[in-house]
Design a protein. Structure first.
Length: 288
């Protein structure tokens, strides 16, 4: 009896592995798999391609002289940033990216200080890159690997920050899309946001661009009311995903992405429901 139960458990685990392997799983490298490398850096994005990431996930802020830079927040993060003298910064409000030139920002180091939540992260001196430089470098590197990279770019906009820590959403989208179009990657880009205003502008002015609405709370119906259209993707947190949501999105033709999650158990639960795209700070094989 014990042997039969053991065999059943092994078969179940093996069967689950096979079913996942057979699915067309797409892994979004959140901030370039920041669990392994300094977040949102060129080195992280290249390493994510080495790790077979299906999509490179990154965030955009703008400098005072109009450069789009790859940063999760519109200010320098005190958890990961060293000042030009190599000392940790303390007050992020004193380091608003929108009030600094790129030349000033490039003097800060966002790679040497390990993020407290990622003990396996490799660390080395890194600067916040311009989006243009990141795209150029990644595109060249991807050719050496024989892959064509895709990008999921988040507009880090918020109504409370308009004109203070960021351009207004219209200018933000226009300047971002100019870069995307100039680099000829528009057909490989997803514009994602928690801010429906930027998605509305993308939908109206750049209708061929894939859009994604992010959500950490609320029902599907509540979140869809934030938009005048159905986005290509809906990306809620894992705790908001159940079979009913999967069925609803399938019925409406909306692709479903599991929002950033580092729990293998939770990701496996979502995958078992039929979700084949998820975002994480780690490759699937290296999830804690």
């Amino acid at each position: 009896m014990i042997i039969k139960k053991f065999i059943l458990i092994i078969c179940t685990i093996f069967g689950s592995f096979i079913s996942y392997a057979q699915q067309d799983i797409v892994i979004y490298a959140h901030r370039g798999f920041r669990g392994l490398m300094p977040e949102n850096t060129i080195a992280a994005m290249k390493h994510a391609l080495d790790k077979k990431a299906g999509v490179l996930e990154l965030d955009i802020a703008f400098t005072s002289d109009g450069h789009a830079v790859v940063s999760h927040d519109p200010w320098l993060d005190s958890l990961i940033t060293l000042d030009p003298a190599g000392k940790p910064i303390r007050n992020r409000k004193e380091h608003a990216i929108y009030k600094m030139t790129y030349q000033e920002i490039a003097k800060y180091d966002v790679g040497s200080q390990q993020h407290k939540d990622f003990p396996k992260q490799r660390n080395f001196k890194s600067e916040i890159p311009k989006l243009t430089d990141l795209i150029d470098s990644v595109e060249v590197y991807a050719k050496t690997l024989g892959v064509i990279p895709r990008y999921s770019i988040e507009t880090k906009t918020n109504p409370k920050r308009d004109g203070k820590a960021q351009p207004n959403p219209g200018v933000f989208v226009k300047d971002l899309m100019k870069i995307i179009n100039d680099k000829n990657i528009a057909d490989r880009v997803i514009i994602q946001s928690f801010d429906p205003r930027t998605l509305e502008i993308v939908h109206q002015d750049f209708p061929k661009i894939i859009t994604m609405l992010n959500a950490t709370k609320g029902t599907f119906e509540e979140n869809m009311k934030l938009l005048t259209f159905y986005p290509t993707y809906y990306a809620p947190n894992a705790n908001l995903i159940d079979k009913n949501l999967v069925d609803t999105c399938e019925r409406l033709g909306i692709k479903l992405l599991c929002g950033n999650n580092n729990s293998k158990k939770e990701i496996d639960r979502v995958m078992a429901l039929g979700v084949t795209e998820f975002c994480s700070d780690y490759p699937y094989e290296e999830l804690p």
